[in-house]
Ligand binder design. Sequence first.
Ligand code: SF4
Ligand code: SF4
Length: 119
Amino acid sequence: MDYSKETIKMAQYIAETCTSCKRCMKDCLFLQQYCEDPQRLFQRFLEEDLEPIIPYSCMLCGHCTVVCPLKLKLDDAFLSMRQDLIKEGLPLRQLRGVEMHQKLSTSKLFTAVNRGEAK
Ligand code: SF4
Ligand code: SF4
């Protein structure tokens, strides 16, 4: 996967600057699930890429930046990765299940309609 210079620059900055204090991880279930700490996650991205499900699982809420002593913008880096993935037209195989769920859950076959009739 060819990431843009901007994405690589952001990832390098986080990998080089993050002190692994883990303050950002306290309230972030996404980071807790996918990494030991952001520094190692971004190092891994630079060394061997990440599964697309990882940047797509960040909620882009910005809470990590608020609590980070260095105000590192993890969300900007994940968003930039996502934009690069989309440009490459990479299908999100991991999210196909979600797409299928949305199709089925709104289909007539699986939709129960409450007509307000008395029981
Ligand atoms: S922006 Fe992403 S990494 Fe940061 S706290 Fe929100 S979900 Fe976690
Ligand atoms: S709060 Fe900032 S410095 Fe601490 S682990 Fe998170 S990104 Fe790194």
